[in-house]
Ligand binder design. Sequence first.
Ligand code: SF4
Length: 248
Amino acid sequence: MARTGARREILDTDLENFLADAFRKHNFDPGKGLERVRAWTLLEQLRLFIREDGQRIEQNGIRVEKREKKLVADIEIPWLGHSIGIQGRLDRLEREGNLLRILDYKTGSPFPPRVRVDDVLDLKDLFRRDERSYFAALAAFRKKYPGMQLQIYLMLLAREQKKGWDELDAAYVFLREKSGSMIHGIFMTGGRPSRPFTAGEKRAAMEAFVSDLGEIVRDIHSREYFLPNPGDERHCSFCPFRLPCGNL
Ligand code: SF4
């Protein structure tokens, strides 16, 4: 017990030093004014995460397999006549029994990332739809799959590791979350209490996603002209193609 307490203290000091170094490296002084407040807030959030993460690792026998893992796959698209390459970099891969889980750290505002399996979504022939119906369909896609980044990673990981959907899992770590848990799985039911998807529900959610994503890819390759989406303001603000795309 005493040894665990001492280990925690060492970890805490290491974290504090690491954070102070990181601030100084970027020419911020973690000991003065507003920067001190920011460093302290960040330190508290990281402490909360480490506590929550440490507990779940210990209680569930979780093993961290890899950090910053690159995933690459060529996805065959029969109607296109060639495959398309998709790649990503996951923040952390961990194992819990037979389950492989992807974890992605988010420093932006938290959002509810669970897949809305019951949402009705019809993307058939998306590329033929007029502007209004097209944007409505894209909004419905984003609403159904708010954690789609992780579902794409799961597609790549399933291929690489030759795993079934029921052997995979994914969660976001919202480092800004102040109330309760920072770690939010994407395969959780709505309502209270929320529970993890059954194997069947997870399979259905991933199969529906693969099919829906196929329609999005088809739209990208088959639509006669590019339609900038004005509803995507947050993403557009970071986009290097903003000028040629015309979505100013
Ligand atoms: S600005 Fe970029 S992200 Fe936004 S619609 Fe245009 S190409 Fe897409």
